[in-house]
Design a protein around this ligand. Structure first.
Ligand code: ADP
Length: 160
């Protein structure tokens, strides 16, 4: 098990089975994992920060060493304030790589003590994204293979 606090930051708009899979796997590697919802007023999110945190809390209720938080501003500032050293990000396809590579390099430049770790998606979830969930839900489609069962109703409610 790795020492230190690990933070998994993201929009989680909404959390998907792909995110939960990553969280479950990381929760086995770190004593404590914080899933941190980015509060970015410039980005138009479908769900409020409170809704996104609430859905994450329910999706992760079975994981006792996982806590849900939110942050605004720079990730590295949040990491420092939380006394955390490890950022976790997920990779689905090469298309993720370019952005993630750039972000990790910039963060390393401005905060050399903070390490970014990447975990590969499980093949079953490689095609799942929050944007796909939003598009399908917008038209009342079946999202049961994309998100945890406990949040399906809430997602449909927001799109009604
Ligand atoms: P972002 O933080 O870029 O707005 P998300 O909130 O959707 O995007 O995702 C947070 C992190 O989870 C990112 O590192 C993303 O690559 C990763 N991720 C998203 N979906 C999956 C998935 N299906 N499998 C593995 N990792 C994923």
């Amino acid at each position: 098990m790795c020492k230190g606090l690990c933070v998994y930051p993201g929009s989680f708009d909404p959390v998907t089975l792909g995110h939960v899979d990553l969280i479950e796997r990381a929760a086995k590697l770190f004593p404590n994992l914080v899933v941190a919802v980015l509060n970015n007023p410039d980005k138009h999110n479908m769900f409020t920060v409170e809704q996104r945190m609430n859905m994450l809390s329910r999706a992760c209720a079975h994981l006792t060493n996982v806590t849900i938080d939110s942050f605004g501003g720079l990730l590295v500032d949040y990491m420092r304030s939380a006394n955390a050293e490890i950022v976790l990000r997920g990779l689905r396809a090469v298309t993720d790589f370019e952005n993630e590579f750039q972000m990790a390099q910039v963060n390393r430049q401005i905060a050399p003590g903070i390490e970014t770790l990447f975990m590969m998606t499980s093949p079953d979830y490689a095609y799942i994204s929050s944007s796909a969930v939003r598009q399908i839900a917008m038209f009342g489609g079946d999202i049961s293979t994309l998100v945890p069962p406990c949040i399906i109703e809430e997602i449909h409610r927001v799109f009604k």
